[in-house]
Design a protein around this ligand. Structure first.
Ligand code: 4NP
Length: 151
């Protein structure tokens, strides 16, 4: 049976949509039996598309995330996914507070446990390419670990 992964940040408009798009692209290219989605712990942006700069940096890397729409990670999502992946420490904490026991942190996969910086308050596009690069490395490492049954 296919395994499921949800990437969770705060707003589900900047970081987790990138992880979602990058992972989906990797899954399709490598014909993997994995279901990918994303969410935010906050409710402010429910129903909105990803932020302009995330759409732009993904597009520059050949990935279209413009049709994604933000959803909130709630108590109803507890234990529904095989892998729940927070983008930073505060995301992990917020998810655990809702009752989810097993939560992994994206930066633990190839990035020494670092937080993916929140680009919501970045000025302009600068910095989004670094965020993209970090998410790309971590998502690939995570998916390799999953396909090799390491986690
Ligand atoms: P994200 O960025 O968690 O990467 O989607 C944010 C988006 C919105 C807010 C904070 C972070 N906000 O406070 O509305």
């Amino acid at each position: 049976m296919s395994k499921s992964i949800i990437f969770v940040c705060l707003g589900n408009i900047c970081r987790s949509p990138l992880a979602h798009g990058i992972a989906e692209n990797y899954v399709n290219k490598n014909n993997l039996d994995l279901k990918i989605t994303s969410a935010g712990t906050g409710s402010w942006h429910i129903g909105e598309p990803p932020c302009e700069n995330s759409i732009k940096v993904a597009k520059q890397n050949g990935i279209d995330i413009s049709s994604q729409r933000a959803v909130q990670f709630t108590k109803n999502d507890i234990n529904k996914f095989d892998y729940v992946i927070g983008l930073d420490d505060s995301n992990v904490k917020n998810i655990k507070k809702l009752g989810q026991e097993k939560v992994l942190k994206l930066g633990d996969f190839g990035f020494s446990g670092k937080d993916v910086p929140d680009p919501y308050f970045f000025e302009g596009f600068e910095g989004f390419d670094k965020v993209y690069e970090m998410i790309e490395i971590c998502v690939k490492t995570l998916l390799e670990d999953i396909t090799k049954n390491k986690i």
